[in-house]
Ligand binder design. Sequence first.
Ligand SMILES: *[C@@H]1O[C@H](CO)[C@@H](O)[C@H](O)[C@H]1NC(C)=O
Ligand SMILES: *[C@@H]1O[C@H](CO)[C@@H](O)[C@H](O)[C@H]1NC(C)=O
Ligand SMILES: *[C@@H]1O[C@H](CO)[C@@H](O)[C@H](O)[C@H]1NC(C)=O
Ligand SMILES: *[C@@H]1O[C@H](CO)[C@@H](O)[C@H](O)[C@H]1NC(C)=O
Ligand SMILES: *[C@@H]1O[C@H](CO)[C@@H](O)[C@H](O)[C@H]1NC(C)=O
Ligand SMILES: *[C@@H]1O[C@H](CO)[C@@H](O)[C@H](O)[C@H]1NC(C)=O
Ligand SMILES: *[C@@H]1O[C@H](CO)[C@@H](O)[C@H](O)[C@H]1NC(C)=O
Ligand SMILES: *[C@@H]1O[C@H](CO)[C@@H](O)[C@H](O)[C@H]1NC(C)=O
Ligand SMILES: *[C@@H]1O[C@H](CO)[C@@H](O)[C@H](O)[C@H]1NC(C)=O
Length: 888
Amino acid sequence: MVRSHGILLLIIRTLAIIHIVQAQSQQGFISLDCGLPANEPSPYKEESTGLQFSSDATFIQSGKTGRIHPTLASRFLKPYTTLRYFPDGTRNCYNLRVEKGRNHLIRARFLYGNYDGLDNNPTFDLYLGPNPWATIDLHKLVNGTREEIIHIPTSNKLQVCLVKTGPTTPVISTLEVRPMGNDSYSTQTGSLNLFFRLYLSESKTTLRYPDDVYDRQWTAYFWREWTQITTTSNVGNANDYEPPKAALATAAIPTNASEPLTLEWSNTDKPDDQYYLYRHFAEIQDLRSNETREFNMVWNGELMSSDPLVPDELEITTILSLTPRTCAKGECSFQLKRTNRSTLPPLLNAFEVYTVIQFPQSETNENEVVAIRNIEATYGLSRINWQGDPCVPSQLMWDALNCSHVDISTPPRITSLNLSSSGLTGNIAAAIQNLTLLEKLDLSNNNLTGEVPEFLGNMKLLLVINLSGNDLNGSIPQSLQRKGLVLSLEGNPRLFPSGSPEKTHKKTLLVPIVASVGSVAILIAALVLYLVLRKKRQPTVEVVLPPPSRPTVNVTNANSPEPSIETKKRRFTYSEVIKMTNNFERVVGEGGFGVVCHGTVNGEQVAVKLLSQSSTQGYKEFKAEVDLLLRVHHTNLVSLVGYCDEGDHLALIYEFVPNGDLRQHLTGKGGRSVVNWGIRLRIAVEAALGLEYLHIGCTPPMVHRDVKTTNILLDEHYKAKLADFGLSRSFPVGGESHVSTVVAGTPGYLDPEYYHTGRLGEKSDVYSFGIVLLEMITNQPVIDRNRRNSHITQWVGSELKGGDIAKIMDPNLHGDYDSRSAWRALELAMSCADPTSARRPTMSHVVIELKECLVSENSRRNTSRRTDSLSSTEVSMTFDSGMIPRAR
Ligand SMILES: *[C@@H]1O[C@H](CO)[C@@H](O)[C@H](O)[C@H]1NC(C)=O
Ligand SMILES: *[C@@H]1O[C@H](CO)[C@@H](O)[C@H](O)[C@H]1NC(C)=O
Ligand SMILES: *[C@@H]1O[C@H](CO)[C@@H](O)[C@H](O)[C@H]1NC(C)=O
Ligand SMILES: *[C@@H]1O[C@H](CO)[C@@H](O)[C@H](O)[C@H]1NC(C)=O
Ligand SMILES: *[C@@H]1O[C@H](CO)[C@@H](O)[C@H](O)[C@H]1NC(C)=O
Ligand SMILES: *[C@@H]1O[C@H](CO)[C@@H](O)[C@H](O)[C@H]1NC(C)=O
Ligand SMILES: *[C@@H]1O[C@H](CO)[C@@H](O)[C@H](O)[C@H]1NC(C)=O
Ligand SMILES: *[C@@H]1O[C@H](CO)[C@@H](O)[C@H](O)[C@H]1NC(C)=O
Ligand SMILES: *[C@@H]1O[C@H](CO)[C@@H](O)[C@H](O)[C@H]1NC(C)=O
């Protein structure tokens, strides 16, 4: 292997120095030597790499340690000589801490090495959290195998699980995690699965840490019809990919200079795989003035880019595809062909190929995982099966649970907990109340003591509670005297029967109403708004609201809740709600005020928003608002179909909008597709039309008060519909828990003038809409405290000084937009988000501007074509896989 020598080595770029310092500390590296015996030192330094390996004992609770057969030990590095095997349980998981949102290289190695003397190579599955990652079949792989991905974790926790799929016992030798830069290895969807990673050299050495700061492993590869060229000069590797300098210091050229350089492979097992290619080039020959090296890249016979490449001298150029590529029938070919004016043959230094791997299944709701872990700890439960994700995959769901499965992109929720006869002692665990969708709870036949907690009665979806056969005491809370609840308490000799039936009866007739001074004031304000607007019909009218944070006053209203709403036909009983949602079977979301379930009314799909009593500030406001909202109809507004207000049960029934919200379609979260610029503009026009209607088309006019990307829902044709308008008057919004305050809106979207003046009017919606537009343009978070300019308007403002629209636009658009329409939309967004409300346009003006942007974009779209991107600035980036291409 050729290494760089000489004086040039001293001239290293700043970027590279930083990384070398980091690399020496192996910052964030997790290097687990699985099954390292407890009596051996940990961590220890692996001699050939200098990596610090540690025992895996603190990362997993199960499994046993083993050691490969002594006759094989000398052939492998120390970390591969021990292993952990899992004779018990179906799924066994490692729990690792990672950084959410950052790219990580995750690598696991498996070597059986006849550790048990049975000479029986195992087969099993590997999972990443709830998602299948790979099937490991060690038959014939006497030297073991490896799985490696580059993946962005969706939380700070990562679970790597081994799942038994047959009679053999899963094993694992090492598990390694390397945090990487954020600006490299991006995919449109999914993660990257290593197919091969080569540097073209006749040497036999595999390069890894410390040559590679991220500890990627580069296999030396060469073909007999190639000629090797090398340099002893330093080759600059400072870009986002930073392959090892040693990998760039050698390259292959075709021996016959007229022939292309060709790499071919076949992947007939998975002919539909999508590929991401990373090609690293550096000119390492001293060219004379009359010599040129220029070549084109060809994929499966087709030119990948219209611009030929001329590699920079002793500096890296990395070429990557922004969109994944496919091969017909799994037969792939990559070629470098010199151009007519080139006097030298093409060259290639290093080459990485990844396939796309999808991890679409959402993990169980994070709060519920915390709650069930808390319950497990409270009772000291140790069940071999309680590993990995509690709910998914469903065939591996934890014992004692049942879960709701809406769809693959919605986090499952726990609906049933059965810990009967589990030897539980102590009180009923408070964490149970955090399983908010629980329908069945069975804690019977344990030794539970203490009182029956009040919170059980407040869990509105609970249908079955079995606490029989324990040693509970005290009286049964009133809140458990609820219709439709099956409560079993027999066999608790010290439990009092509940209060006198007469008292109970009275209590249930009273409907306590908690109204705050604030909400009464809002009601008055709304009336003022109504009267003023009806008179003047001008969209700029604003209304004075009381300042936030007022003490609440409890007012008990003893009147029976006789319906005063005219629209009785829209009123549903609670039992009708239960029926339409099939007993709240399918939860489709969670809003600021409660859960949302899917339902059906007369064959039409509906979304049923269940409001907990505590989330409403007042019953009268509820009715007044419902009354108003039932009369609003516009194609770009989610319409209210009906409501339920039976005793404690409050629910709003909306038209069902099936395709998620705009935020998901900007970030790609929840398995949603990222929408292109043309569709974004259309969605913006439609949302603006909805708002315009609220402002000037409705009688009385309305202010939405909570315009944000998560309140713009999309139907199956990506038609936009605004949700949650007008509700903010009697409900806190945005999941905020300040029940007594009346601050409408969501932080970041809220009109800054409101703070100074206390005025909230149509122009406040225009401000929020401006923020939504900025999000659609940039896909930046509205507020990011880690960003120097934390608010999105500040960020855009500072980026605008650079004048480069490409730096502002959402990178997921991959430059595929008409820049005139982009500039115009950006200017419009910034004028909407003007701190001074008087300078903001009206929604009617916004609609006109956006329509013109859309026309401009649509005319471009009809004439454009996509090409491979060529990024060639200075700052541009196996020992056992068996997947090695063949060359020609
Ligand atoms: C990478 O992204 C994560 C999450 O967005 C962020 O916390 C981290 O600071 C970023 N790191 C770098 C080096 O930009
Ligand atoms: C396993 O590795 C040894 C060298 O360590 C090599 O000689 C042998 O061919 C390898 N076996 C297989 C099946 O790859
Ligand atoms: C080199 O390749 C060209 C074109 O394929 C061919 O015509 C020529 O004979 C080859 N030369 C040698 C020495 O093989
Ligand atoms: C370039 O120039 C050198 C002498 O200066 C000559 O020997 C060589 O043949 C030339 N190469 C080409 C491709 O013209
Ligand atoms: C390059 O050569 C090929 C055939 O030798 C010819 O068809 C093509 O037009 C040439 N291209 C240029 C740009 O001269
Ligand atoms: C879990 O719930 C589903 C319906 O949500 C039901 O079909 C299934 O029988 C339940 N399983 C258990 C073990 O209760
Ligand atoms: C809980 O599990 C026990 C058996 O383990 C079963 O008898 C009981 O019916 C279950 N409870 C519920 C509510 O399904
Ligand atoms: C319930 O969840 C909330 C938020 O996650 C947490 O603050 C609280 O401590 C939890 N309650 C219990 C009893 O675990
Ligand atoms: C409760 O505890 C007693 C001893 O403290 C034990 O004998 C009994 O079996 C326990 N009951 C259950 C249901 O676990």
